[in-house]
Design a protein around this ligand. Structure first.
Ligand SMILES: NC(=O)c1ccc[n+]([C@@H]2O[C@H](COP(=O)([O-])OP(=O)(O)OC[C@H]3O[C@@H](n4cnc5c(N)ncnc54)[C@H](O)[C@@H]3O)[C@@H](O)[C@H]2O)c1
Length: 261
């Protein structure tokens, strides 16, 4: 992909899981990365594994001081910022029993953190005519059992993306959302006991692809949106969901076929 080599990306939530895959993919293509995550040990380990083009800066996205330090760290290490990737998230959600504190934590991590980071990085992104990729989700547009907070935060991210794209267009900065479908991640690994085949089987009825995504498939979409192949794309959402959002309530069930006696 053109336009990524030698550039600099700050990636929140990139010590583990999908974010780590995004960091790996950027480094593989020659982009320098700041791994900005609250998980210290995983962040240090990934940074060592990725080599000289990766730096870990312990960052809690709910702390403006931490976000400022991540921006300053990027400038002191690499001298520029080209891309902000807002991957950090919490799945904290107790449905209708969620407390106000949980509601505010959820929106703080999943939406406010990324917004504040972009605000702080704006002068640098303006210089490089950079790009922002926010992580949305299939959860942004549908009701899901047991969930109230997480989908609400992802809906917020989708709208923030549209607003940020307009507000930052005058600086030549593009802003888009990537919305993954079910993607192999830490939680799925934990819940399924590492059973990928079983997870694919559960996901199959509502993903046309019949499986969950590989993390690299999400990372590729993020890199594309930052690259020179996407210079006229801003303010939009790129679903990377194996056809999830194109399916209706009938999923892949042949309901008409079932009517036959
Ligand atoms: N996994 C999926 O199926 C899926 C589907 C749709 C969307 N997404 C989105 O993709 C992104 C990555 O998802 P994931 O499943 O890899 O998540 P994850 O929970 O496995 O990883 C999230 C990362 O964010 C970090 N983090 C958490 N709180 C933080 C904070 N306050 N400050 C800084 N870092 C913090 C964690 O340490 C972790 O490294 C998220 O934005 C998620 O909403 C995931």
């Amino acid at each position: 992909m053109r336009g990524l080599k030698g550039k600099v990306a700050i990636i929140t939530g990139s010590a583990t899981s999908i974010g780590a895959s995004v960091a790996r993919s950027f480094v593989n293509i020659g982009t320098k990365v700041i791994i900005a995550d609250i998980a210290e040990q995983a962040g240090q380990e990934l940074s060592s594994a990725l080599g000289e083009n990766a730096v870990f800066i312990k960052t809690d996205v709910t702390s403006d001081a931490d976000l400022k330090a991540a921006v300053e760290g990027a400038i002191s290490h690499w001298g520029q910022i080209d891309f902000i990737i807002n991957t950090a998230c919490t799945y904290l959600d107790n449905g209708m029993d969620s407390t106000r504190e949980e509601f505010l934590t959820s929106i703080n991590v999943n939406a406010a953190g990324g917004f504040m980071l972009v605000q702080m990085a704006r002068p640098y992104l303006k210089k490089t005519k950079g790009a922002v990729v926010n992580f949305g989700s299939i959860s942004a547009k549908v009701a899901q059992p047991g969930r109230a907070l997480y989908p609400m935060t992802k809906g917020t991210v989708h709208q923030l993306t549209r607003s940020e794209a307009l507000l930052l267009a005058e600086d030549g900065i593009r802003v888009n959302t990537v919305s993954p479908g079910w993607t192999w991640c830490t939680i799925m690994d934990d819940v399924s006991g590492g059973n990928r085949e079983h997870t694919d089987k559960i996901a199959a009825p509502f993903h046309m692809t019949g499986r969950v995504a590989h993390q690299e498939e999400i990372a590729d979409a993020v890199l594309f949106l930052c690259s020179d192949h996407a210079t006229f794309i801003t303010g939009t959402d790129l679903p990377v969901d194996g056809g999830y959002s194109a399916l209706g309530p009938e999923q892949q069930i042949d309901s008409l076929g079932k009517l036959e006696n």
